[in-house]
Structure formats: structure tokens, C-alpha cells
Design a protein around this ligand. Structure first.
Ligand code: AMP
Length: 512
């Protein structure tokens, strides 16, 4: 492949510029406009108004647009509008690479609506499902491929997928792909495409990291900035509930009773925690479904469908769901745990208030989570107000006390100091829990006659003692994050679901 020139952006378009307000003024063909009308869009979103004419002109694009801004149609509409048709056994002519299967499914949905008018064919290549139908689709020939990196590389390596005819390459959620360690895979994929291609890079943010790692993949791009770092949709009201750790589950139930348990997404840290919270909610009679990386593709799709159909009112999700997933009319989002990555917060709350709808988000924050919360406030450049309807909600013995005079400009403790403070707070909490456990077991010993050893040990307490590291926040390694997003079971063979593995299936793990 000929080496592409690595150049800086030639033009920058920002949302502040006067942008066209009608799809008819963007240069789209009648068939693309028919697709717009099929999808029920009345006016272009800013990212669409800025990107569509540039993409139609064949120019490379680097766009900063957070999810929920209409970015999928912003690249699919113009790119498909100018795309030719592959002959039998040829193609793809256009390739969209995206980090997760859910995003791929969502892109496919918009693609299908457009292809119904443009006559293109679309194929999705993701891990966790059988290879054969994907191979068959490629053999038949297809115009558009939407793929996650791991499966795509597998199919390239096996000779089933040939990217030499790609005219348009879309790198979707580029920042997320970098976070997940997909950079080597991305580069490998890009080298398989012709140097003459048009490249469209979409990313929630165009941070220095993203720019440094991707600028060699684009050629003299127009830079489009719609969402700035830390911009949360204006239609989302945000609140914080200062609380103590042990009170979270009961407070969640109370919130769901008060605010409604329909169309709610609860975000937590960790897959096991998502399952545990679901068990707790079900005990309280609340219909819910977990969605995280240990759930296989069918389980994840079924949870999303049941939620979209209103069969289950509450989804309990890890950050797998935070980016890109489009579920309309999410009433509100609860962050039961504060995300350790402040930008994940923006993505989480972006699940509500999409495409101009009203939405709100509530974040539970314990003393141990104070600095993560402050990071989020710093990123957004504003404080999150305290939830005004907290009266009567059990907040626990030692809830977080938030300084009402804090400002996002305050200097926060450095990494080392922060770790020390958080460890101290955690130890305090664990000591409190241990006290409760001890006093309960003393109570029980008094109340119950001692059982003999043969009949089992006396019941200690309803609250299990914590492991020394329980609750410790560990940063996930890139491979762990990738496994989670791609739905791979990291428990090894023993933990694998029967029948889900296909010979040679490497899922969507990046290759070394
Ligand atoms: P995306 O940012 O691509 O994930 O899109 C977020 C949501 O916005 C999806 O539900 C789209 O159907 C919707 N959407 C995209 N473009 C428009 C538009 N021009 N008007 C109204 N809704 C739109």
C-alpha cells in the first residue's frame, strides 16, 4: 500500500458556524432524501449538516461528535449516496469499523434503512456468532461491511475478506477503539485498504491522544467539532445523591419506587455487581435485566429487545452499554457507581435525553467516590446539583458530605494522595461493617441455641464480611475491557457456554 501523507486538518467546521437547516440543502440525492424521510428525520442535526456536504465531496473527515448526535446517519447517508455497487463476489466497497457488537447492530439498522432506497447490500461481521453465514455473504459480494476489529481480522487472515476495493473507510468511536487497545488492529485493517480511499473518522472527542494515533490514517481531513470534551447534552438534568456504600441498594429501590421503574438504565461498575444488583431488584419485585460482557450476544440482544418492548423496566448495565447504544425514550439513568473514567459519565448519561428528548440522570456518590465525581465536574466545568427529592431516602450511616462551595476549578489531590485518602475511607467503612457483623452475630448467639458441629456452623450474619480488597477500584486492563465489550467469557473453557464457541473463533480480540 502506498504511504499516505499524514497531514493536519485543513478546515475546521464547528457547531457555531451557520449550518444548513434542511436535508434538501446538503446535496443528497432523491433516493437518500427518501431514506431520510423513511427514518422520520425532519431536519439535520449539526453533525449531519456539517459532515454530509464534506463527505459527498469525497474529502476525509475527522469529526468529534458524541453519541446521540446523529453521527451514524451523518456518515452513512452521504457515503452510501456516492458509493457504487459491487459485482458478484466483489466488495466490500465501504467498510465501517466499530468497537462493539451493539454499535455494529445499531449501524446496521440505519444502513438497512438507507440501503432499502439506494439498493446497496450490507453485511455485519462481528464475533460471538458463526463464521459461515458471514463467509457466505462475503462470497456473494457486498457493498458495505460493518465490522468489529477482531472478527474482521480473522476473516482477512483466512482469505475470506478482501479490502482491496474499499473506497470509503469509516473508523467509528475511534477514541473507544484506542481505549480498548484496538490500535494495532485498526492499523492492520487500514493497511489492507487502498491508499486512495476516503477515510471518515468519528470520535466522541478529538483529544491529543486520538489525533496523535490516527492522523496518519487520514489525508488532509476537514475537522468537524460538534461536541467539545465534556459536553453533556443540554436536554439532560443531572443530580448527585451523596450516600454511604451500604445504603446504595435500598436507596436504588426507593428511587425506582418514587421515580418509576420503567425505561430506566442503572449503570454499575463490574459484571458481578450488575448481576447482584439485579437479584436485589428482583427480590423487591422490580423487573430488570443485566447487560454486560459476560452475557453472550443473544442474551444481550434479548435484554435490549425486552427493554425496548417494555417487558423489563430496568436495565442494569456496565459500561459496555454506555457508548452508542440507541434506545429511545429512556426516562432516566442512575449511576449506582460513579465511573472511574469521567468521559464514561458523559456517555452513560447520554443514554437519556437523546435526539432532543428530555432526560435526567442521578449519580450515587459515596465518600470513596468523591474524587471521581469531582473529576466529572471538572471535565464538564460545572457542579452537579444535589438531588432535591432525597428526603426520606435511606442514605446510610456515613454518606458523602459534599462541599457546597466546591468549584470545578479547585485543585484535586494528586494520584498518590488520592489513593491514600480513598484507602482510608474504605478502611473506615470496612471497620464499620465489621462492627455491624460482630454485633449481629453476638445478638444471634444470645438469641439462638448453639448448633452442634454436625448440624453446621451458626449463621453469622446477613452482611457478608468484606474481603480485604473488596470494593477496591482496579483499572481494567485493555484486554479485559476488550473482552467485556466483545462479550468474551474470560472464565476459560469451564465458564464457556455450551455450543457458543465455533472452531477458530477468536472473538473480537485484537491480534498481537
Ligand atoms: P446516533 O448519534 O447516530 O447514535 O443517533 C442517535 C439518535 O438520533 C438515533 O435514535 C437516531 O435515529 C436519531 N437521529 C439521527 N438523526 C436524526 C435527525 N436528523 N432527526 C431526528 N433524529 C435523528
Amino acid at each position: 500500500m502506498a504511504k499516505r501523507r499524514s497531514t493536519t486538518a485543513s478546515t475546521t467546521i464547528t457547531a457555531e458556524k451557520d449550518l444548513p437547516t434542511r436535508f434538501e440543502d446538503l446535496g443528497l440525492s432523491d433516493r437518500a432524501l427518501a431514506a431520510v424521510s423513511d427514518m422520520g428525520y425532519e431536519a439535520p442535526t449539526p453533525v449531519q449538516a456539517a459532515s454530509i456536504p464534506v463527505i459527498l465531496a469525497g474529502t476525509d473527515v475527522m469529526a468529534a461528535a458524541q453519541t446521540g448526535t446523529g453521527k451514524t446517519a451523518a456518515f452513512l447517508l452521504p457515503a452510501l449516496d456516492r458509493l457504487g455497487h459491487a459485482r458478484h463476489g466483489q466488495g466490500p466497497l465501504m467498510l465501517v469499523v466499530t468497537p462493539t457488537r451493539e454499535l455494529a447492530a445499531q449501524i446496521e439498522e440505519v444502513a438497512n434503512a438507507i440501503c432499502a432506497r439506494t439498493g446497496h447490500t450490507a453485511t455485519v461481521l462481528v464475533g460471538g456468532v458463526s463464521y459461515e453465514p458471514q463467509r457466505a455473504a462475503l462470497r456473494k459480494g457486498c457493498d458495505l461491511v460493518v465490522a468489529t476489529p477482531g472478527r474482521l481480522i480473522d476473516l482477512i487472515n483466512s482469505g475470506d475478506c478482501n479490502l482491496s476495493q474499499v473506497e470509503t473507510l469509516v473508523l467509528d468511536e475511534a477514541d473507544r477503539m484506542l481505549d480498548m487497545g484496538f490500535l494495532p488492529d485498526m492499523r492492520r485493517i487500514v493497511t489492507k485498504t487502498p491508499a486512495s480511499r476516503q477515510t471518515l473518522l468519528f470520535s466522541a472527542t478529538l483529544s491529543d491522544d486520538v489525533l496523535d494515533n490516527t492522523k496518519s490514517l487520514v489525508n488532509n481531513p476537514v475537522r468537524i467539532e460538534i461536541a467539545h470534551k465534556g459536553t453533556a447534552a443540554e436536554t439532560i438534568d443531572q443530580y448527585v445523591l451523596p450516600i454511604s456504600h451500604e445504603a446504595k441498594n435500598d436507596a436504588l429501590i426507593e428511587i425506582l419506587h418514587r421515580e418509576g421503574a420503567e425505561r430506566v438504565i442503572v449503570f454499575v461498575r463490574g459484571k458481578h455487581r450488575a448481576d447482584a444488583v439485579c437479584r436485589h431488584l428482583r427480590k423487591a419485585g422490580i423487573e430488570c435485566a443485566p447487560i454486560h460482557g459476560n452475557r453472550n450476544q443473544n442474551q444481550r440482544a434479548s435484554a435490549l429487545r425486552r427493554f425496548a418492548d417494555g417487558e423489563v423496566g430496568v436495565l442494569v448495565a456496565t459500561d459496555v452499554l454506555a457508548r452508542g447504544i440507541d434506545i429511545p425514550n429512556v426516562a432516566y439513568v442512575v449511576n449506582l457507581d460513579v465511573p472511574s473514567d469521567a468521559e464514561d459519565y458523559i456517555h452513560r448519561i447520554g443514554r437519556t435525553g437523546r435526539a432532543g428528548e428530555y432526560g435526567w440522570a442521578l449519580t450515587f456518590a459515596t465518600p470513596e467516590e468523591e474524587f471521581d465525581l469531582r473529576d466529572i465536574e471538572q471535565l464538564m466545568g460545572k457542579n452537579i446539583p444535589v438531588y432535591p427529592r432525597a428526603q426520606g431516602i435511606p442514605l446510610g450511616e456515613k454518606p458523602l458530605v459534599l462541599d457546597p462551595n466546591r468549584t470545578p476549578a479547585d485543585r484535586l489531590p494528586g494520584k498518590k494522595e488520592r489513593k491514600k485518602l480513598v484507602d482510608e475511607r474504605r478502611e473506615e467503612r470496612m471497620a464499620r461493617t465489621a462492627e455491624i457483623v460482630a454485633s449481629r452475630s453476638q445478638h444471634q448467639r444470645k438469641a439462638q441455641p448453639k448448633r452442634t458441629a454436625s448440624k453446621g456452623r451458626p449463621v453469622e450474619s446477613a452482611i457478608p464480611p468484606e474481603k480485604p480488597n473488596a470494593g477496591r477500584r482496579r483499572g481494567k486492563s485493555a484486554p479485559q475491557q476488550r473482552s467485556q465489550a466483545e462479550g468474551r467469557n474470560t472464565a476459560g473453557w469451564a465458564g464457556r457456554e455450551k455450543g457458543r464457541r465455533h472452531p477458530g473463533d477468536h472473538g473480537d480480540m485484537p491480534r498481537r
